[in-house]
Write a protein that binds this ligand. Structure first.
Ligand code: CU
Length: 461
């Protein structure tokens, strides 16, 4: 395949597009999206892509159009960090300094937000800091927070949905001594899983088809791999899972009914591990789970499944026997509850574009929050949920959910930065900003709601 020069690659893409169109005739009869008809069948699963890891010190990230093999050898036009989808996995230890240069090689404004990282205003990458095409932004911050898997993605006003859907996202893992002492599965036994959906045009290129209610693609991708498979050993694995979709909520489960051992979420380790057979994961949320393949025989496999769509997301194929005699500790961390809230603030997530009746105005500061003071923030909705509510500048603790599902779930313990609000629900959180004063945002992480205006500025004073 004459792929070594740009001209041949262009010709290859055109030829592939033509053949995809031909195959699509039968796919259309079946009501399948054309691109699915051209993709490999489940019998030809693609190896799960695992992005390379880098320290975020002296590191450059470039947002740019790229051609990526999402599986099966066919290149798709996407937008990606450093040409990788997902972007490189950044790994740092508590106490490290991140010095990151962001280059914007897109044809529209962008800025990168470090979702879950507790950093000051100038390093937070909020919409007010967006840079024009061909500009550069320099980040410099100290990492001072618990071990967790955070992530990075664009956050310009009005264009976040498109930029994330086109492929711009990556994991940002923070480690600390508390986590290291637990002896959790590591190396090849620790795998980040960025779970999202996507849609493609007739040529197999990533396509963004926004809807006000939220973009939902017709194809699942794990780590940017279509129809993926991961070869595993008879051992325990630690999977760091990110809900990386624009709008879709995943109901994660294993096809054999075995439980996940849930050990962490957005803000890091839970106090205690807990077995769960299903996990609902909304946009921006993370879960940290141990999956034990020791009871399985070589040659067998199990699927990571989305119970909501019925999709098989990822096949775990047991291909070799090893001797893992370890145990996953039950006690993981100590989490001090936030206490003595001094006031309650209400946020109504209205329709598909407003908070407390107002559209986002980049230049308006909607409210001020005293530094170091614990408050209850009450999230309500007048419909058009789910709204995955995300707050910048601090992690929070989920206190209660009334109405709707009427309870809290195991993955909502500990420290969170994004919480799912369904119709009819009122969710109370405890929050305290004790790291930085300055300007942050609260917004719906259904990215089409966010882009439509479901966001507010607040200032920690
Ligand atoms: Cu919303």
């Amino acid at each position: 395949m004459l792929m070594k020069d740009g001209i041949s690659r262009r010709a290859f893409l055109l030829a592939t597009a033509a053949s995809a169109g031909a195959i699509a005739v039968s796919g259309t009869v079946l009501g399948l999206p054309e691109v699915l008809a051209a993709r490999p069948r489940p019998s030809a699963r693609n190896p799960l892509y695992i992005p390379p890891t880098f320290a975020p010190t002296g590191f450059s990230l470039t947002e740019r159009p790229a051609q990526v093999d999402l599986g099966g050898g066919k290149l798709s036009n996407v937008w990606a960090y450093n040409g990788l989808l997902p972007g490189p996995t950044l790994v740092a230890s508590r106490g490290d300094t991140a010095t990151i240069t962001l280059n914007n090689w897109l044809s529209q404004p962008t800025i990168t937000h470090w979702h879950g990282m507790i950093v000051d205003y100038l390093n937070d990458g909020g919409p007010r800091l967006a840079i024009p095409p061909n500009a550069t932004y320099y980040y410099n911050f100290t990492i001072n927070q618990r071990a967790a898997m955070n992530w990075y993605h664009p956050h310009p006003h009005l264009m976040t949905g498109e930029q994330v859907a086109m492929g711009l996202a990556g994991a940002f893992i923070v480690r600390d001594s508390e986590e290291a002492a637990l002896g959790l599965p590591s190396g090849a036994y620790e795998v980040p899983l960025v779970v999202r959906d996507a849609s493609f045009d007739k040529s197999g290129n990533m396509a963004y088809m926004p809807r006000n209610g939220g973009f939902e693609g017709n194809t699942p991708l794990v780590n940017g791999t279509f129809n993926p498979k991961l070869d595993v050993a008879t051992a325990r694995y630690r999977f760091r899972v990110l809900g990386g979709a624009n709008a879709r909520i995943f109901g994660l489960a294993l096809s054999n009914g075995a439980p996940f051992t849930l050990i962490g979420n957005d803000g890091g380790l839970l106090q205690s591990s807990v077995p769960v057979t299903q996990i609902d994961l909304g946009p921006g949320e993370r879960v940290d789970v141990i999956v034990d393949f020791r009871g399985m025989t070589v040659g067998s496999s199990v699927m990571l499944r989305d119970l909501r769509s019925g999709w098989d997301l990822l096949e775990f194929a047991v291909t070799r026997a090893v001797n893992d005699t370890g145990t996953t500790p039950t006690g993981l961390s100590t989490i001090a509850p936030l206490q003595n809230p001094v006031r309650t603030r209400e946020f109504s997530f209205d329709g598909m574009s407003k908070i407390n009746g107002r559209l986002y105005d980049m230049n308006r500061i909607d409210f001020q929050v005293p530094f170091g003071q614990t408050e209850i923030w009450r999230f309500k909705t007048a419909g058009n949920a789910p709204h995955p509510v995300h707050v910048h500048g601090a992690s929070f603790q989920v206190l209660s959910r009334t109405g709707g599902r009427g309870r809290l779930f195991p993955w909502e313990q500990g420290w969170k930065d994004t919480v799912l609000l369904e119709d009819g629900e009122t969710v109370d959180i405890l929050i305290r900003f004790d790291a930085f004063r300055g300007l942050y945002v609260i917004h719906c992480h259904k990215l089409e709601h966010e882009d439509a205006g479901m966001m507010a500025n607040f200032e920690v004073v």
